[in-house]
Design a protein. Sequence first.
Length: 279
Amino acid sequence: MNKEKKLKKPVASFILLTNIIFLPLFCIVGVISMMELPKWIFDVMLCVSAWSSTFAFVLLFKKIYPGQSIIRFVKDKFNSKLKFSVILTVVMIQALIFLIILFLVSKNSEVDSIITISSSWMLIYFFFRNLFAGPLGEELGWRGFAQIELQKRHTPLMASIIIGFWWGMWHLPIWFTSGLMGLDLIKYILFFMIALISIKIVMTAFYNLNKNLVIPIIIHQLFNFFIGLINGNLLDLIMYNAILYFVVAVFFIIINPKNVLYGQKETNFRLQPLKGQGD
């Protein structure tokens, strides 16, 4: 049996297809919003659009890893035993950032409450909506595949910067729905990119300590969840997050360079061929 032809530029193909899938889905989200349909319909479609990178990766999988099983690939990303110390450190760092931003916003806020959620039920709903509309749909493709694929040729830091940039650019349509214009929009885009590249470096540092995809999922979830809890000026919120996560990223580059600057390059994904397929 002839081998299926392998993609020459798998990461570039993945990024391109992710955007091709995302743009029409995001347009549908916009149409639903303008039609003022029930919020649950909007939220469901928002979650679906967030999975564009996973859809792209699934569609390309056989071209990227001919003869391999995507189920085994996904299982492999969650095989490593989770380290409590890594999870605790991640949660503590992000909780501290949240509290610092909460304090900064509260000093200049004139609203009655600086927390956007008013009930425990809404808090639970908001948590899981963010989980499905972000980390669960994005991390398999962007972190589980693209980042690791680039680490075959680049250091973890360089791979993080490249993927962080393109991950940020994937959000481009969202920038223009922020309501910001002119200089404020430019500042928002700049801080947004700094925040995402910084958090990508943080994800890489912790993922290399505990190679389980749960780690970047937790980091991504807490980033989205905490920023959505604060009732503050959007530009201020993204600026504070950009500065604080940039500081954390630089800190980890300095104290743990072997997992960020000089980390070992990833090896190729190799599994046994599927039953019935030749070498």
